[in-house]
Design a protein around this ligand. Structure first.
Ligand SMILES: C[S@@+](CC[C@H](N)C(=O)[O-])C[C@H]1O[C@@H](n2cnc3c(N)ncnc32)[C@H](O)[C@@H]1O
Length: 269
């Protein structure tokens, strides 16, 4: 995509910036410029995005192994290879998947990609309006939330900087899903490393401030509070690459702190 359909004045979008980090083509000049500013401040950004996608796939495989056959992926982003429905339906062709994103480009591409897949869809909705999201006709057609569901909040809640709002999203979902449901979660970490300095975090929040959603990494303590309702499965809340790695070649497995993000999977008690 090279055109700016808005003809200027368009804001960078986290969904399209993430697509750019992953080497995708569903992004505009305004997204690439913002993403390149992030990469200049934090050169690991593309590898971190890959580590995050790898965690997402491992978590979906784990949930399938736990008997989960329906997924609600909120903040799903632009469909790229190795999507939730591909991983889930490879293991269970009857798995149902609803993707949710507030970015219209993510939704348009997702709908085109899934046009021939009767068990998966994408809807446009805001994670901060869970009731509205659950009332969506397609959500209700594809998911039966009276039965266990896998809720994916992967690299989403750092785009909801207010702690009370972020906690409310998880608490509300926790309340409405059936016992035995699982949540998979990842989140950018505010922890000093050689690569993550206060200046880098400041630069990142500055760039996303001009985007369609603001960004704020959280400390380990604040992330721990966010996932407090969940009964975490082993190994708990860990650096992204350390969550049930599958191979010695997993991205950043030998330098997990470089992922600058934590991940966990937990169940509704
Ligand atoms: C970094 S991407 C993560 C994509 C995917 N979950 C993954 O981890 O590979 C974050 C996504 O969250 C979406 N997003 C941010 N705030 C949102 C909100 N309030 N409601 C719905 N989607 C949101 C963005 O549009 C973006 O596509």
């Amino acid at each position: 995509m090279t055109e700016d359909p808005a003809g200027g004045g368009m804001k960078p979008s986290p969904a399209r910036m993430y697509d750019y980090y992953l080497g995708g083509h569903h992004n505009f000049p305004v997204d690439r410029q913002a993403a390149n500013e992030i990469i200049t401040a934090f050169p690991d950004m593309p590898v971190v995005a890959q580590a995050n996608r790898a965690f997402l796939r491992r978590a979906v495989r784990f949930l399938i192994d736990q008997g989960i056959s329906q997924f609600l992926d909120i903040g799903s982003g632009i469909p790229t290879v190795g999507n939730v429905h591909e991983v889930a339906q490879a293991a269970n062709p009857d798995a149902h998947v609803v993707y949710v994103d507030m970015d219209p480009v993510a939704v348009t591409h997702g709908r085109a990609l899934l046009a021939t897949n009767p068990n998966a869809t994408v809807i446009q909705a805001d994670a901060r309006e869970i009731d509205h999201l659950l009332e969506n006709r397609e959500v209700q057609q594809l998911l039966d939330i009276s039965k266990p569901v896998g809720v994916l909040l992967v690299a989403l809640l750092h785009f909801v900087p207010d702690d009370a709002t972020a906690s409310q999203i998880l608490a509300h979902l926790y309340e409405v899903v059936a016992p035995g449901s699982f949540f998979a979660f990842s989140h950018a970490l505010d922890e000093r490393t050689a690569a993550v300095t206060p200046e880098v975090l400041e630069a990142a929040s500055g760039v996303y401030q001009r985007a369609t959603a603001p960004f704020a990494a959280r400390t380990r303590e604040r992330i721990t509070r966010l996932v407090a309702p969940l009964e975490l499965v082993e190994p708990g809340l860990v650096y992204l690459p350390l969550w049930r790695p599958e191979s010695a070649d997993d991205v950043l497995l030998n330098e997990p702190a470089r992922a600058a993000a934590l991940a966990a999977v937990g169940r509704k008690r």
